[in-house]
Design a binder for this molecule. Structure first.
Ligand SMILES: C[S@@+](CC[C@H](N)C(=O)[O-])C[C@H]1O[C@@H](n2cnc3c(N)ncnc32)[C@H](O)[C@@H]1O
Length: 244
């Protein structure tokens, strides 16, 4: 009788020093693709919360795109601690997570049940299988704080599709004191921005026309969403006065 072949021992050093955690179907060449669902056929089946099979300080790049929100709230900071452990100093963590304030901003501009339900699904996850539910959400402040706590310095943060953050954070030796800075993504309305205030106090039809034409010059060229964001608070103010 022939013997069963020995189980292959996972050798992390045989893989590139780049991780794609919670890879799903987005398996990236040049990365060790990790997921806890084996049906995704990752290079390594492992839980993002416990990657003790991987060595500390080895990785130059870790991608975790649309993953952190799948962990329970209390697990987010420990998972970030684990990912920070894996990074070499100067290594980068590339995150994509939902931005709760971004979701609220977009939601306020959506007019139909279908559009609103789609965004609610984005916020809570598709919920098709275990691991496909969202348990956590972020604001610019909470995300910056969590990253700082685990020794990661934000080097880039942008909004993606108006309701997520794409964030790059670098492992540093000493993150210093937590100084959150001006936090531009904490604003719910564009007209809250300094210099961006639009005051509309029309009291007759001709002032409405004047306001509308001056406002028209302020509507940025660009996607329909941006124009709607500018118009909506103005229309609301006009409607309050029974002028539209
Ligand atoms: C929304 S998908 C994102 C997939 C991929 N990163 C992308 O951007 O397309 C979330 C993935 O995280 C994985 N995941 C969720 N919880 C996990 C955990 N605790 N450990 C490892 N993977 C996890 C899921 O199996 C799923 O593949």
């Amino acid at each position: 009788m022939s013997e069963a072949p020995p189980t292959a021992v996972f050798d992390p050093l045989a893989h590139p020093p780049k991780l794609n955690i919670g890879c799903g179907w987005d398996k990236r060449p040049g990365y060790l693709n990790v997921d806890f669902q084996d049906f995704h056929e990752p290079d390594l089946v492992a839980d993002a919360r416990d990657l003790s099979v991987l060595p500390s300080g080895r990785y130059t790049d870790i991608v975790a795109q649309d993953v952190l929100e799948h962990l329970e709230r209390e697990e987010v900071d420990p998972a970030l601690t684990e990912w920070s452990r894996l990074l070499a100093v100067g290594g980068r963590l590339v995150l994509r997570v939902p931005d709760i304030i971004g979701v609220a901003r977009v939601m306020a501009d959506l007019d139909t049940v279908d559009e609103q339900r789609k965004l609610i699904q984005n916020l809570y996850g598709t919920q098709a299988y275990t691991g496909d539910y969202h348990h956590a959400g972020f604001t610019e402040l909470t995300l910056r704080h969590s990253l700082h706590q685990v020794g990661l310095q934000v080097v880039e943060m942008v909004r993606k599709d108006e309701w997520m953050f794409d964030c790059v954070a670098e492992k540093v030796v000493d993150p210093g004191r937590f100084e959150p800075g001006p936090l531009p993504f904490m604003r719910l309305c564009d007209h809250d921005q300094p210099g961006g205030t639009i005051r509309v106090v029309p009291d007759d039809a001709s002032s409405v026309d004047r306001v509308m034409s001056s406002v028209a010059n302020r509507v940025p060229a660009g996607p329909r969403q941006s124009a709607r964001k500018v118009w909506r608070p103005i229309r609301r103010q006009l409607a309050k006065r029974g002028l539209v």
